[in-house]
Design a protein around this ligand. Structure first.
Ligand code: FUB
Length: 467
């Protein structure tokens, strides 16, 4: 039986898909939160949380990873880290960040600790940016029973010193040892002052009197949670969710990674994102600057159903952040996708109706494919001669269905059609090939439009390739 979430998502996503240029949110197969971008090699990775469907709180169980070489086609790497990875954690797989050092990847997370009863900071490690990750120390890196310990952000400074910052409602700053999994001393705690973090302004919907006679509250800095520590030129910058609920993104600067901080202004104003939290991460990738954040804009989303979005920005001439507004369009491709190499089916610029699943043998694959669903890839380079055939690795426990291959939009020129039959199970994979009806050359958007019996799941997809 099809999940009701997909059905509703499919209906509502029709509205989004009318705007063919819409790239935000960047993942449509599930909710994703608290983005933490990291560049490694020629790809950008985004580490996220995962809001559950139909949630009434941040009941989050796992973290996820996505990556891209061109900023528009994102590959789903599934969930290589979950609450079960930490024997001491029992709830709230909240915000996180990963950093690379000496060929290892350290993923700093926060979760509720059954040892102390509060939130705790933990660290997992892997030899690969996509995992598998394992708890690096078998216990929290820091906890003391307080609920303050959420949202770790990490920076390795130019001198090699690594710093970990986290906290709500105060800012904790911990010097890490070179091993990245132990602390050099205790965290230094900063109470957010107005000078350091801007004044907390009263808002209509976060004050008991509903904003009547609301006056800016000047005694406390606007820092709320979700810090992001970075360096731009010689300046250290601490970005954070600010202003209480609903949150905006602001930042403070310092000449040192551990402060003291001076308030520098708002980056992303509070706006109609459909989510009362916001959470940012920044990365420079292939000469472009990107600001990641989350909204409640995926159909059926909201405050507990958030989704990662991204905007490109240019620094102001004086080295300050520009104001960045959330958009539905998102960013433009900065590269092309090669369709002549095996492409994982879970690589997509946009999708309607489908989800992803993962097992140890196949890795991540596309599931929940129904009649009328589609996957879009952007900026696909078919070259000067164009392909002659298409092959796809698929599985179906039922009767299968068809994939129509369209160019430029989901009703655009159909260059081919491939029939997928019964393979003996949802994970019994078979490769099927078909000659194309028409030649396509040059760079195009590519759509796989799924057709078959109305109602049941049609097939699952692992990977595809043009020849
Ligand atoms: O995702 C759960 C919590 O919501 C995060 O830890 C906060 O930053 C807020 O985004």
């Amino acid at each position: 039986m099809r999940k009701s979430f997909n059905l509703l998502a499919a209906l509502a996503a029709c509205a989004v898909s009318l705007n063919m240029a819409a790239q935000n949110p960047i993942v449509q197969t599930c909710f994703t939160t608290d983005p933490a971008p990291m560049v490694s090699g020629d790809r950008i990775y985004v580490y996220t949380g995962h809001d559950e469907n139909n949630a009434d709180f941040f009941w989050m169980q796992e973290w996820r990873v996505y990556s891209s070489a061109d900023m528009v086609n994102w590959t789903d790497h599934g969930s290589p880290l979950a609450l079960e990875s930490f024997t001491w954690a029992d709830d709230r797989a909240w915000a996180s960040q990963t950093v690379e050092r000496n060929g290892k990847f350290y993923w700093y997370i926060c979760a509720h600790s059954k040892l102390s009863g509060g939130m705790a900071i933990g660290v997992a490690v892997s030899d690969s940016p996509t995992g598998p990750f394992k708890d690096a120390i078998g216990k929290p890196l820091y906890e003391n029973g307080s609920w303050d310990h959420i949202d770790p952000t990490v920076l390795i400074d130019d001198d090699g010193q690594a710093w970990l910052i986290w906290g709500n409602p105060r800012v904790y700053c911990l010097k890490l040892n070179k091993d990245m999994i132990s602390a050099d001393g205790d965290p230094v705690i900063t109470e957010p002052s107005v000078e350091g973090f801007g004044g907390m302004a009263a808002r209509p919907n976060n004050r008991p009197n509903n904003g009547q006679n609301a006056q800016p509250v000047r005694q406390r800095g606007s820092y709320t949670e979700g810090p992001w520590l970075m360096k731009h030129g010689k300046k250290y910058m601490l970005l954070y969710a600010a202003g209480g609920i609903p949150e905006h993104i602001a930042y403070s600067t310092s000449s040192k990674p551990n402060g003291p901080w001076t308030y520098a202004g708002i980056i992303m104003p509070q706006s109609d994102t459909g989510s009362f939290t916001n959470h940012c991460g920044v990365a420079e990738f292939k000469g472009h600057n990107y600001f990641f954040y989350h909204t409640g804009k995926l159909p059926h989303g909201g405050g507990y159903g958030r989704s990662v979005a991204v905007e490109e920005f240019k620094w102001n001439d004086d080295g300050t952040f520009p104001t960045i507004q959330p958009t539905a369009e998102g960013v433009k491709p900065i590269g092309t996708l090669n369709p002549y190499k095996r492409v994982e089916a879970e690589t997509m610029a946009f999708s309607l109706g489908v989800t992803s699943e993962m097992n140890d043998e196949t890795g991540v694959y596309v599931a929940d494919i129904h009649n009328g669903d589609y996957i879009k890839l952007q900026s696909v380079d078919f070259g000067a001669n164009g392909p002659k055939s298409f092959s796809v690795c698929a599985a179906s426990a039922l009767r299968g269905g068809q994939i129509e291959i369209h160019i430029d939009n989901q009703k655009g020129n159909m260059i081919g059609r491939i029939e997928i039959g019964h393979t003996g199970g949802w994970e019994k994979w078979q490769t099927v090939s078909a000659d194309l009806r028409e030649t396509v050359t040059g760079v195009h958007d590519l759509y796989f439009v799924f057709k078959g019996r109305k109602g049941p799941k049609l097939f699952n997809l692992d990977y595809w390739q043009f020849k």
